[in-house]
Design a protein around this ligand. Structure first.
Ligand SMILES: Cc1ncc(COP(=O)(O)O)c(C=O)c1O
Length: 400
């Protein structure tokens, strides 16, 4: 029997196609054709989870006390580990009972926050380019998006002055993310002070995504929104264990900040899920308590790859600024070539997967994102293939 009488809800058809899913299809096709893919497309860390975390998970699995439904709001000891970590990292004091909530990965929480707070027609400010959940969550909720186009000449920072007062007055939420996926841009503390002032003036909820809190190099320390006085009154901040601790498959993240906002998200989630398997929360606690040597290892891995790839791309004509954080390079397409066309031609000609910048919104057009998720010998193979296929950054055509 045909099911053509049942159609998905309008909220699904309002969504633009998820480019990563489309990339997956293309990758599968390329593999079928026998191409040896070098996949630098996703932000999926390639290292193993630290052994003490795996050991803690195994021990917690053996404990029948962990086998039932976990508490809705997360285990008390994981929440305490989160607020202790926050105190150590940022000197910010948080109440583990109301100002911290474990999540099934931060993507889940970022999206559900919009379901909990955005009514159909509400205006949400979202930079473009940005991590897709920042605009897809509000779209699923029926919100209207005002895209703040980011520009290289402003170091990909949000220009708060460019947001008309009439827009700011209507806006309910502003999502933002520094260090940034996809641009790898970082924001100085003064920027955070300005955005808190802006949000307080216009009564906008700030949602900061500090996914790359620890993936920073060369002595740079990303700022937490909650370090800024007054931020907790108008903001929340999302974190993940996926990147820092190579735990993307475990699905563990958390949100901290304003207790009323966290309570709203918790109420929604109480109706949707039962939270994270308690054994994994126990292992996640171990991750947050690891000595800094683990962090230094993971930082060194990405820093080495960053330097290697930036040098190699320079030999092919690209000038890519040295990033101070994240696991990405944000690489301009050759002039006149669109980001989807460029990513597809790189995939077809070389088997190297990069993500077209427009997957992150219209503001990402003209760029591709390259993830530093392969060892230098594989990155060398990728560069060699670019060289052989004559994929290089050609400056403007010379007019004779
Ligand atoms: C900026 C940003 N936020 C959130 C996420 C999702 O992280 P999680 O694995 O915690 O869902 C990602 C993943 O790439 C990201 O880049």
């Amino acid at each position: 029997m045909s099911l053509d009488w049942i159609t998905p809800a309008d909220r699904l058809s309002a969504l633009p196609p998820y480019v990563f899913a489309r990339l997956d299809e293309l990758k599968a096709r390329a593999r079928e054709q026998g191409l040896d893919l070098i996949d630098l497309g996703m932000g999926n860390p390639d290292g193993p989870t630290p052994q003490p975390v795996v050991d803690a998970a195994i021990a917690a699995l053996q404990n029948p006390a962990n086998h039932g439904y976990p508490p809705f709001e997360g285990t008390a000891s994981f929440r305490r580990a989160i607020t202790d970590w926050y105190g150590r990292r940022y000197g910010v004091e948080l109440d583990p009972d109301g100002e911290a909530l474990p999540l099934l990965g931060s993507k889940e929480g970022l999206t559900h926050l919009a379901i909990a707070y955005v009514n159909p027609g509400d205006l949400v400010l979202v930079p473009s380019p940005s991590y897709p959940a920042h605009f897809r969550g509000p779209l699923i909720a029926g919100g209207r998006i005002h895209s703040i186009i980011l520009k290289p000449e402003q170091d990909w920072l949000i220009d708060l002055g460019s947001i008309p007062d009439s827009v700011a007055e209507q806006a309910k939420i502003l999502y933002f993310n520094y260090p940034s996926n996809p641009t790898a841009a970082t924001a100085p503390r003064e920027f955070f002070q300005d955005i808190v002032k802006f949000a307080r003036k216009h009564e906008i909820l700030l949602v900061h995504d500090l996914c790359y809190a620890e993936l920073a190099f060369d002595g740079f320390h990303p700022t937490s929104l909650l370090e800024i006085p007054g931020a907790k009154e108008i903001g929340v901040e999302f974190h993940t264990l996926s990147k820092t601790y190579n735990m993307a498959g475990w699905r563990v993240g958390f949100v901290v900040g304003n207790r009323h906002v966290i309570q709203g998200l918790r109420t929604l989630k109480t109706n949707l899920d039962y939270g994270i398997f308690a054994a994994l929360q126990s292992a996640a606690e171990t991750a947050l308590q690891l000595p800094d040597v683990y962090l230094h290892e993971v930082q060194a891995r990405y820093r080495t790859r960053r330097d290697f790839l930036i040098d190699g791309l320079a030999k092919l004509g690209w000038t890519v600024p040295k990033t101070r954080a994240t696991m990405y390079l944000w690489v301009p397409c050759p002039p006149g070539v669109g980001s989807t066309d460029f990513a597809l031609s790189v995939l077809q000609q070389t088997g190297v997967v990069v993500t077209p910048g427009n997957a992150f919104g219209a503001g990402g057009e003209g760029y591709v994102r390259v993830s530093l998720i392969a060892e230098c010998d594989r990155l060398q193979d990728a560069l060699q293939r670019f060289h052989q296929a004559n994929i290089r950054y050609q400056p403007e055509a010379v007019i004779s």
